[in-house]
Design a protein around this ligand. Sequence first.
Ligand code: BGP
Length: 456
Amino acid sequence: MNSNFLWGGATASYQCEGAWNIDDKAESMWDHYLHENNLENGDVASDHYHHFEEDIKMMKDGGHNAYRFSLSWPRIIKNRAGDINPKGIAFYNKLINCCLKNGITPFVTLYHWDLPQYWQEVGGWLNLDTSRAFAHYAEVCFEAFGDKVKLWTTFNEPKWFTVNGYLIGNYPPAEHDLQHTIICGFNVMYANALAIQKFRQGKFQGQIGIVHSYSPIDGIDDTIETKIAMRNADNYANNWVLDTAALGSFPIDLLAKLSETNDISFMKPDLLKTIAENKVDFLGLNYYARTLVKPYTSGETKMVFNNSGKKGSTQMRIKNWFEQVMDPNSEYTEWDTEIYPKGLEDGLIRAYQKYHLPIFVTENGVGFHENINVNEVKDDYRISFMNDHINALMNAQDKGADVRGYFTWSPFDLYSWMNGVEKRYGLVAVDFSTLKRKPKASYFWYKKIINSNGKL
Ligand code: BGP
């Protein structure tokens, strides 16, 4: 493993900061949606806003040399006119300075889903003005923090928030509308290109990439029907983000298929040209599990995502596209996530061979119900999960993939989207009533792995 390899953890502003209405922060779409629907929210979360020094010290003591976090757009930009909130800038300056003082490289995501509500009110990602506003916000961040931050990513997981927000309907704005899904996905990829354009035009130093929820596709057999289902699943789950960001164009067979049922005439040539001209420098891949598929040509479309922790409730069948199936030989979590480290090895090799770009594993981890009211949380299951996935990463490196970092999700317990604080991922336990932190066994284990630079 190269000695510049980045080892750390990843968080997202909404899931850890809390302080949802402090220091002139505007409301985000998640604040609004969870409050309106009276759902468990991240108003306080891990209160990282007031505990970041302690959290970063913990990372340093745990051997981390990098920290992936996101900036909150509604904390930085006050309104649709684009006015800057100096208190938001001041907060992130303190956070970034604290990283640097502790020898931790800041790895910054511009958008981890907390869209300002003032943009959601005028259509959110269905409105191209939101894409232009994102580019303005990105430029404000490059100007404010570009002297200290050299690794940027535009979006966290366009596929995940687009599909959950507009097709499955379990994230705000909770719609079930394929046309809106396509428009949102397009406008987000256009916003990605516009932000990269600002980065290049402003001659900011460093590199800019995108983070994708990467689920490599496997098929149940070698038949031609399964291969077609695999291609459909890959277009649905991966290619529209990765091909577009890395190669500059949407997969043409995907556009052909969508145009059979939907209107895609809004994808105008000048917008496509901007996308083609502004590609990423690297890829951030979040890996939780692969997708195993078979053909699905009769029966209705059914998409249910398991947010309840009730095993076996996931359903993913899209008529004439593919059906996701479970592997009887695999182990699954309560949330139906397959534990399949080999998918990381295969995926890193496939992504590197296809895109020839440096890759960071920007998220990898496992969520459990955990009792943290004990002297030490002995999370052997997390240690074994991380051990096997880091091993898979090293195998991919040995086979030629250019992988430059590993960020576990998450360095400390956070609010989990729609799962609340019951689904814990952290290396450090957070008692959400007292906000006290306590390292789990995995924290000490990870430190040893980092100190030996990945030797298991
Ligand atoms: C990724 C997101 C993260 C994080 C993680 C775990 O898709 O980028 O924000 O939440 O998944 O997901 P969950 O909290 O829903 O279990």
